[in-house]
Write a protein that binds this ligand. Structure first.
Ligand code: TMP
Length: 210
C-alpha cells in the first residue's frame, strides 16, 4: 500500500531543476510534509558510483550508448527499491531530479536507440512504479547550454560536452513525450523568473495532486 507522493523533475541541462526542487522541498517541509530529495543517476551508494562512471570517470570516454542505457537503468532499479518504494510506504513526498523519462529522451530520442528495448529496460528497472506527477522545465537548448557554460564551478561532464543538436533533440523529445502523456506531465516555461516558476510548480501540485 502506497500513501506517499512521487514527483519527478525533468528538463535539459541548465533548465533550473535543482533550484526549483530545493525551493519546493523547503516549502513542503514548512507545510509539515516529510520530504525526500533524490536524484538520478544516483541517490544510493551504488547509484552514486554509477553516476561517477557515467559523468566523470575517464573510462566513460569509450562508453557506447547501449552501456549508457543499462547503467542509467541500473542506478534507477536500485533507487526505486532502496529509496522510493520504502519512502512511499512511509507516506513521504519524494522529489526526484530526473527519472525514467530522461532515459526515454536522452538515450531513446537523442542517442537514437530503438524505442522497444528502451521501453522494456525502463519498465524492468522501475517495476510498476511511476511518478504521480512529472514537471518538465522547458528551456531552449541554447539557453540551457549558456547557463551551464557560465557556471563558475564544475567543468562540463561527459554528457554536457554534447553539441547543441543533441540538446535540441532532448528538448523536442520532452515536449513530445509530455504531449503524449498529459495526465502525468506538466510543462513549464523554465526561462521565466525563479519565483514565477516556483509559483507555477506550487499551482500545478495544488491542481494535480489535490
Ligand atoms: P544531472 O543530474 O546534472 O542532470 O546529470 C545527469 C545527466 O545524465 C544529464 O546529462 C542527463 C543524463 N541522463 C541520461 O542521459 N539518461 C538518464 O536516464 C538520466 C537519469 C540522466
Amino acid at each position: 500500500m502506497q500513501n506517499g507522493v512521487f514527483i519527478s523533475f525533468e528538463g535539459s541541462e541548465g533548465s533550473g531543476k535543482s533550484t526549483q526542487i530545493d525551493r519546493l522541498a523547503s516549502f513542503l517541509d514548512q507545510q509539515g510534509h516529510s520530504v525526500i530529495v533524490t536524484r538520478e543517476p544516483g541517490g544510493t551508494e551504488i547509484g552514486e558510483e554509477i553516476r561517477h562512471l557515467l559523468k566523470h570517470s575517464a573510462s566513460g570516454k569509450e562508453m557506447c550508448p547501449e552501456t549508457e542505457l543499462l547503467l542509467f537503468a541500473a542506478s534507477r532499479a536500485q533507487l526505486v527499491r532502496q529509496v522510493v518504494e520504502p519512502a512511499l510506504k512511509e507516506g513521504k513526498v519524494i522529489l526526484c531530479d530526473r527519472f525514467l523519462d530522461s532515459t526515454t529522451v536522452y538515450q531513446g530520442v537523442a542517442r537514437k536507440l530503438s524505442k522497444d528495448p528502451v521501453t522494456m529496460i525502463n519498465n524492468f528497472a522501475v517495476g510498476n512504479l511511476m511518478p504521480h506527477l512529472t514537471i518538465v522545465l522547458d528551456v531552449p537548448a541554447e539557453v540551457g547550454l549558456n547557463r551551464i557554460r557560465h557556471r563558475v564551478t564544475d567543468l562540463p561532464d561527459r554528457m554536457e560536452k554534447e553539441n547543441i543538436k543533441f540538446y535540441e533533440l532532448v528538448r523536442d523529445g520532452y515536449l513530445m513525450l509530455a504531449k503524449s502523456i498529459p495526465d502525468r506531465f506538466v510543462v513549464l516555461d523554465g526561462t521565466a523568473s525563479v519565483e514565477a516558476v516556483e509559483q507555477q510548480i506550487r499551482d500545478a501540485l495544488d491542481k494535480r495532486l489535490a
